[in-house]
Design a protein around this ligand. Sequence first.
Ligand code: MD3
Ligand code: FE
Length: 201
Amino acid sequence: DSVEICPGMVLLRDFADSAALQGELESVLMAAPLRRMQTSRGSYMSVQTSNCGQFGWLSDRQGYRYSDIDPLTGEPWPVMPVIFRQLAETAAELAGFPGFRPDACLINYYQPGTQMGAHQDRDESDCDAPIVSVSLGINARFFVLGSERRGSSIPVNLSDGDVLVFGGPARLFFHGVRKLKFSEHPRFGPVRWNLTFRKAL
Ligand code: MD3
Ligand code: FE
């Protein structure tokens, strides 16, 4: 089913074929391994990341940016698997954003205890394009604020296979992920994956 959480934000519950994505994810990570990125202040993020697609999101002492080369391997990022791209395009279309063509897929890896503080996604040049987020593995408590970092938030429980689409008025909303509680997924084990599809450039 599909639920509009607020204008511009649509949740497609259990929309993704998580078993099919799992195999492709493993191949991508063999070519571009997970790493812990550094912030501009020098601390390390608790989430581990990698990318596939034409561009990858990076964070280091210089700040945030997109790059067509993986600095760890010196090679281009792995090609975005066809089933990743099709999933993101179909989800965007169903949510009311036809014509979405992602050129970047950020892979986030969460272990129990990992969290992501409230932030905006604004490193992309085209904010008319939506963002499509796919959750795999154990459940997470996601939250959305509005255009301000403070105030009340809307909680959303994200489970394996759930797809969230953000666009229009919700595209620049603050959001984050609460500290992950321990649980186990039959295929993924005690971890959560999030694939975030974007139009970077
Ligand atoms: C709301 N990741 O990588 S995805 C991120 O679960 C990020 O890994 C989280 O936030 C995760 O930047 C949440 C959901 C998400 C992605 C983009 C958004 C929510 C968003 C952009 C605007 C508003
Ligand atoms: Fe984000």
